[in-house]
Design a protein around this ligand. Structure first.
Ligand code: ZN
Length: 314
């Protein structure tokens, strides 16, 4: 009898444990789905990205994104081109679509989106943010013993960034562009933005990253000091903020500017689109997403840019 009771107690405590473990470990937001052939994506020695999908929200996840790609890739109504081809492409019977990705801080999510684009034979354009942590870090002014001089501040590039870009460009066939945060560098650190851009493009192109285009980043500092990074370009119109001079404390700083053609770049916002949708915009309090537009109703010949921020989708 004693033995039977202790057996039943053991069974019950086992069941309790099962319920406790089962109910905490398997909540929906913890669940990672592996929906692709590759559970991981290898970037370089020691750098591997988990290719799993977290379905925390009904729309902003990679399963929903994948369904969207399936829809546009299988429809005769659309012609999908990278931004480098957007301006020169026209059609009488199809809607021209470009998928633009402002990578901002999340390079892993960008790689996972690039992977999925590639699966459907879609070439999107990924604008890499040169002031992001994966790209490099700011080095403050310091004494350099070898030269006996004060050096800096300067932005020191990470050795790994090139591996991510090569993966996106070469393995997944996507276009890489330059996400411009240049005025921020000038404003915060006194870095010459023209020289910096020249150096970065030389580095990227020297490593066979084929940079043709740029888009500008809305840094938090843009809202504090009221400027658009697009103002680096003479071609960019005055949109009402500080177009030529920015006041920072007691200083007035003249914005360094240059022309797109001096760097062989196009600006992704100035390619002559008819429609532009962005997941950084909000409509009736909800983040814009593809369920809010019926692309089938867009007339042939029209040109559409869809802008995604990878971090919103992971
Ligand atoms: Zn940005």
């Amino acid at each position: 009898m004693g033995k039977t009771r202790s057996y039943i107690l053991t069974m019950l405590s086992g069941l309790c444990l099962f319920f406790i473990v089962g109910s905490t470990a398997c909540t929906k937001e913890d669940e990672t789905l592996y929906t692709e052939v590759d559970n991981t994506i290898s970037i370089a020695d020691g750098i591997v990205i988990d290719n799993g999908v977290k379905v925390k929200r009904p729309i902003f996840n990679f399963v929903y994104y994948d369904d969207f790609l399936k829809y546009i890739a299988n429809s005769d109504h659309f012609l999908i081109v990278p931004l480098e081809d957007f301006k020169k492409t026209s059609s009488t019977d199809k809607v021209i679509i470009s998928l633009r990705f402002d990578v901002d801080e999340d390079i892993n999510a960008a790689v996972k989106l690039a992977y999925r684009n590639h699966k459907y034979g879609i070439k999107g354009t990924f604008f890499v943010l040169h002031s992001a942590n994966y790209y490099g870090q700011m080095v403050e002014t310091h004494f350099q013993r070898t030269s006996g001089k004060m050096i800096g501040p300067y932005f020191r590039r990470s050795d790994n960034v090139i591996f991510y870009l090569k993966k996106i460009q070469n393995a997944f066939g996507q276009e890489i562009g330059f996400h411009n945060d240049l005025i921020t560098l000038q404003l915060l650190y006194g870095i010459s933005s023209r020289q910096y851009l020249k150096d970065e493009l030389a580095y990227l192109r020297g490593n066979n990253i084929n940079i043709l285009g740029t888009t500008y980043h809305g840094s938090q500092y843009c809202y504090i000091y009221k400027y658009f990074n697009g103002y680096f370009w003479y071609e960019y119109p005055d949109n009402g903020w500080n177009y030529e001079y920015i006041t920072k404390g007691v200083k007035t700083i003249k914005i360094e500017k240059d022309y797109l053609e001096n760097y062989g770049l196009y600006e992704g916002g100035r390619l002559g689109h008819d429609y532009y949708f962005s997941d950084s915009n909000f409509k009736n309090g909800k983040r814009w997403n593809m369920s809010m537009v019926n692309l089938d109703t867009v007339k042939p010949g029209k040109k559409v840019i869809l802008l995604f921020h990878p971090a919103n989708w992971d």
